[in-house]
Design a protein. Structure first.
Length: 247
């Protein structure tokens, strides 16, 4: 039997999180004592573990509640699924670490590295996820339509689209010394905007929102920093100038 304080410390979550899970019916305490304290037994502890596994996979709380609430929910089956997903995630992280190590050696001039090598570890699925995350700030139907559009491309087309996107950023790095307002940088922003059409067609404000996200979202920022430590900020500034000129 665990109190909120004990369970929160053991699971690495805040007491407020456990209170919130109780409030929304996701994780109810096993019993509430006469003193008003919440107490959690093994069944509740295992349920919290399931919740945290699904949170690691970025599932929204409402979806987790629906999954755990199913009559046919199988704890053992779920654990095997979590293990498989985490193994895939661990393998992908290991590839990213290797890419970082290779890039460090490359920047030190100790070895040669192809441009393709700079992007090893960035899967098609991850690139697609990044594109769709930007849309989720706007219209869910746009997300669904973009997803359908992407899945309609052939494997060769998808590869060509991703290669084109990488080329845009590499070319932007090359013109950074000329400044964000330079014709060369602005021409690349136009290419970047047209590249978005493969996924969806954002308006000017949405374009700026995407570029701002490159700086403000730690995941985007980390990936841009691997290409060039000032690329994210440069893209944001160049897009700001582009958007201002179009309005």
């Amino acid at each position: 039997m665990f109190t909120v304080k004990q369970l929160s410390k053991m699971a690495g979550v805040t007491p407020r999180t456990l209170h919130h899970y109780d409030d929304i019916g996701l994780l109810k305490p096993s019993r509430i004592g006469d003193n008003g304290y919440r107490y959690y037994e093994e069944e509740a502890v295992l349920r919290l573990q399931q919740i945290l596994f699904y949170r690691e996979l970025d599932l929204p709380l409402d979806d987790i509640k629906k999954i755990l609430g199913r009559q046919d929910f199988d704890v053992m089956g779920a654990l095997h699924s979590h293990k498989e997903a985490l193994q895939k995630q661990a393998a992908r992280i290991e590839r990213l670490i290797q890419t970082v190590d290779n890039t460090i050696v490359y920047l030190k001039g100790e070895t040669r590295m192809s441009e393709k090598g700079l992007f090893e570890g960035f899967s098609e699925e991850q690139q697609e996820k990044y594109a769709l995350e930007a849309e989720q700030m706007y219209d869910p139907e746009t997300v669904r339509e973009s997803n359908r559009k992407w899945k309609g491309y052939s494997a060769a087309k998808k590869e060509a689209i991703l290669a084109e996107g990488k080329a845009v950023y590499q070319d932007m790095i090359a013109v950074m010394p000329r400044g964000a307002a330079s014709p060369a940088a602005q021409a690349i922003v136009e290419r970047w905007r047209k590249h978005m059409d493969y996924f969806w067609t954002p308006n000017l404000d949405q374009l700026q929102g995407i570029a701002n996200g490159y700086v403000e979202d730690p995941r985007f920022k980390a990936n841009f920093d691997k290409m060039h430590p000032q690329l994210a900020e440069f893209m944001r500034d160049a897009v700001k100038i582009y958007v201002k000129g179009k309005k």
